[in-house]
Design a binder for this molecule. Structure first.
Ligand code: SF4
Length: 330
């Protein structure tokens, strides 16, 4: 686990009151509801939550990649410049250059009928206006940075000739080509086996050490957060319910939902036959969010006020925020 965020480094990404709505046949789905966060240069920021918590949609909005029926509001600044709902031309010039995205499924971003090296060179030449020889050297450099063995041979291969882990490395390399200020990775290890997961996380740890790129790691896996993130935001029903340095969130969680997530991590000392301590119940219907705290139907600490008032996200310990009506314990 890592140290506290570097609060004197400049913000790379700032989201203020970010909200995302989807129009559907049954009404409007409130997928993201007023997210505020700052990610600084050199910081690895984890965003964790169950499926449907809004964590991926918040960052699809940041990238300008929402589905047709999605609408984003609020503010998203990249290096101080407003980019939320920016024109397509502006976003096309930023994506892959100032900010890059790594998806869970590498095949969704690799062109199947182009050789790895060729598609990477095309991207680089398009954005950087450099010669083919310079592009080839940079591509080989990033392939080596993500520890692809025999990089020169891989350069001439097609995506289907690579294993899942190798394809994920190529996608990370592709995302790094133009030295982006911000790298957003959405469940980058979920589809991989445990050994390859560890290797990919080690590559991210190397990036943290050797570059000043701000990394956002979107995941349902607290183990991923624990291994490389400096800070973490826990999302539930489209809102951040807890945010702080990863160490504080892990060792002194301020929200019952975070405590539930932590209890659901299997321990290597657990009896393998014992039931995992999953959080009971289901997340609320985002078409019709209940009054009061959205976690109340699943919360073992719920009180009368929880049915009436939505708890605001307040600083409960220094630089550690929680949205819960429970008193802060000393
Ligand atoms: Fe539980 Fe109430 Fe806190 Fe919500 S506000 S998490 S219901 S104690």
């Amino acid at each position: 686990m890592h140290s506290t965020p570097r609060t004197d480094d400049p913000p790379v990404l700032e989201c203020r009151d970010l909200a995302v709505r989807f129009a559907g046949d049954s009404g409007e789905v409130c997928a993201v509801n007023g997210v505020n966060l700052t990610v600084r240069a050199g910081e690895c920021f984890g965003v964790v939550g169950e499926s449907g918590s809004g964590k991926s949609q918040a960052f699809m909005a940041v990238m300008g990649l929402l589905a047709e029926n999605g609408r984003a509001s609020g503010s998203v600044k990249l290096n101080g410049r407003e980019i939320l709902n920016a024109p397509r031309k502006t976003l096309n010039a930023i994506r892959g250059v100032e900010m890059s995205f790594i998806f869970q499924d590498p095949m969704s971003s690799l062109t199947p009928f182009l050789r790895i090296g060729d598609q990477m060179c095309e991207t680089l030449i398009e954005h950087s206006k450099i010669s083919r020889d310079e592009a080839r050297n940079r591509v080989l450099e990033v392939l080596e940075m993500v520890r692809i063995p025999a990089a020169k041979r891989r350069f001439g291969q097609f995506p289907h000739e690579l294993s899942g882990g190798m394809r994920q490395r190529v996608m990370i390399a592709q995302a790094l080509l133009c030295k982006p200020a911000l790298l957003i990775a959405d469940e980058p290890t979920t589809a991989l086996d445990v050994t390859v997961q560890a290797e990919i996380l080690d590559i991210f740890a190397g990036l943290k050490k050797h570059t000043n790129t701000a990394i956002v790691m979107v995941t349902h896996d607290l183990g991923v957060i624990a291994s490389i993130c400096d800070s973490v935001a826990v999302m539930y029903a489209g809102r951040i319910v807890e945010r702080g340095a990863a160490e504080g969130v892990f060792y002194d969680p301020q929200h019952p939902y975070t405590r539930g997530l932590l209890r659901s991590i299997p321990s290597i000392t657990d009896d393998p036959n014992a039931d995992a301590q999953v959080i009971g119940g289901q997340p609320p219907n985002l078409l019709n969010l209940p009054k009061g705290c959205h976690f109340r139907p699943r919360c073992e600490n719920a009180m009368a006020i929880c049915a009436q008032e939505l708890p605001p996200l307040l600083e409960r310990k220094p630089q550690h925020f929680g949205a819960c009506h429970l008193e802060v314990t000393p």
